[in-house]
Design a protein around this ligand. Structure first.
Ligand code: NAP
Length: 247
């Protein structure tokens, strides 16, 4: 489905990002995976994905630093003939605290990584996509950005911001051959949610229409659909993949 395409996936070495990278590689795409600090996991993921055939490149850097997006664009110019077909802005963090206890830094750090990081990557890589009049951007939002969650004003604000940014970018870039969509995952079992107790997970599952927590592959399937020609007429959409939390 993605043979010969090149995809950048931020936060692509663990959790949801890794599942997306796997789905893309299995379907023929070269992948450039950005990560912040976990070298061991990055090397392990790269070795695992290399078995599928296409190229796998790692870029270590903080997406909250605009230089990281510039370095990724530089790699695409030097090693991929200035061509990037797919960008998945998946890197994200939480720092949950009740608002009363949330410091300015707690708030800003999450906005910097989730929202600003998405902006820097979209800006740099859409400039390359515009030149080829072709591209797909998928931004990782969250149900938290659509319905809110206690102790997550920082995270909800970043994810709601991603939704707005996705819609504006879709309107700006549509006539230049670029589709921009967001996925809003529900409760997905990754390191991000591993901090919760079994009891908290059981309670969460009770509020999910399909009665189970999501797996990273549930999100990867939606990303593959949007990234491929199966999603060729879809832009400016926020697709909830949440087992029916929001309906
Ligand atoms: P995860 O398991 O914690 O993995 C996060 C990935 O993002 C890691 O590879 C991490 O790099 C990278 N990352 C984090 N901050 C970064 C930064 N500043 N610069 C570069 N890379 C950074 O998370 P996940 O659960 O797979 O979540 C992926 C995305 O889905 C996030 O945007 C999250 O908000 C969203 N989401 C998740 C859920 C859920 O239930 N899990 C629900 C809704 C939305 P290192 O490996 O180097 O640490």
């Amino acid at each position: 489905m993605l043979k010969g395409k090149t995809a950048v996936i931020t936060g692509g070495v663990r959790g949801i990002g890794k599942a997306i990278a796997k789905a893309f590689c299995r379907n023929g795409a070269n992948v450039i995976l950005c990560y912040r600090s976990n070298d061991a996991e990055a090397e392990k993921t790269a070795a695992e994905l290399s078995g599928f055939g296409p190229q796998v490149k790692l870029v270590k850097g903080d997406v909250a630093d605009p230089e990281t997006a510039k370095r990724v664009a530089g790699l695409i110019k030097d090693e991929f003939d200035k061509k990037v077909d797919i960008l998945v802005n998946n890197a994200g963090i939480t720092n949950d605290k009740l608002m009363m206890r949330m410091s300015d830094e707690d708030f800003t750090k999450v906005i910097d990584a989730n929202l600003n990081g998405t902006f820097y990557m979209m800006k740099e890589l859409s400039a390359l996509m515009v030149k080829k009049k072709n591209g797909v951007i998928i931004n990782m939002a969250s149900v938290s950005g659509l319905k809110g969650n206690p102790a997550q004003v920082n995270y909800s604000a970043s994810k709601a911001g991603i939704v707005g940014m996705t819609l504006s970018a879709a309107k700006e870039l549509g006539r230049r051959g670029i589709r921009v969509n967001a996925i809003a995952p529900g409760f997905i079992e990754t390191d991000m949610t591993a901090v919760l107790t079994d009891e908290q997970k059981e309670t969460a599952a009770k509020n999910i229409t399909l009665g189970r927590l999501g797996q990273p592959e549930d999100i990867a399937n939606a990303a593959l659909f949007l990234a491929s020609d199966m999603g060729a007429y879809i832009t400016g959409q926020v697709i909830s993949v949440d087992g029916g939390i929001i309906m």
